[in-house]
Write a protein that binds this ligand. Structure first.
Ligand code: PRP
Ligand code: MN
Ligand code: MG
Length: 179
């Protein structure tokens, strides 16, 4: 698409990462009750790929949250638009995200879900921008580390669009500086 400056993470790199994470998760939770919670909207593509690389039975559910809205900066306020309907009491929980930036979204979700009596709450993200972190967050299943660039694709949007690009791409600067 013409808003793409360059490809940062290729399809091949993503596939390999997803496969490794799926295998690790399958090993680690073997024989356990696991509820995987995808964080919408951004997490939907990664979760769809990851879920199919997991070889043990799991419950899948979704939460819809928003902290960025249409802005490129985190508001710091995590709005829950849709909660899960699965009872996570006495179960292991794994939250799946497309990207960790400041860490505020996941930090908030981990703390919220911990109040519901789960056996454990862990996090998994396809991408990580550690240079932007604002809170100390333990990332149990970490995907690919990326530099501090505005990225789109593989679930990540700019103003709601471009989530459907297959690779992780750097957005052209002129797209978000103009207007
Ligand atoms: C983005 C992204 C993560 C979060 C990461 O979601 O998908 O959920 O921000 O940022 P953080 O670590 O600084 O909290 P966004 O709020 O844009 O909603 P969306 O997934 O619907 O695009
Ligand atoms: Mn998101
Ligand atoms: Mg977004």
């Amino acid at each position: 698409m013409d808003v793409v400056e360059r490809i940062l993470v290729s399809k091949e790199q993503l596939d390999k990462q997803v496969e490794e994470l799926g295998a690790r998760i399958s090993r680690d939770y073997e024989g356990q009750e696991l509820v995987i919670i995808g964080v919408l909207k951004g997490g939907f593509i990664f979760l769809a790929d990851l879920a199919r690389k997991i070889t043990i039975p799991v419950d899948l559910d979704f939460m819809s949250v928003s902290s960025y809205g249409n802005s490129s900066k985190s508001s710091g306020i995590v709005k829950i638009i849709k909660d899960v309907d699965t009872d996570i009491t006495g179960k292991h929980v794994l939250i799946v995200e497309d990207i960790i930036d400041t860490g505020l979204t996941l930090n908030h979700l981990v703390e919220l879900l911990k109040t519901r009596g789960p056996l454990s709450v862990k996090v998994c993200a396809a991408l990580d921008k550690p240079s932007r972190r604002k809170v100390d967050l333990k990332v149990d299943y970490k995907g690919i580390e990326i530099p501090d660039e505005f990225v789109i694709g593989y679930g990540l949007d700019y103003a709601g669009k471009y989530r459907n690009i297959q690779e992780v791409c750097v957005l052209k600067r002129e797209v978000y500086t103009k207007k």
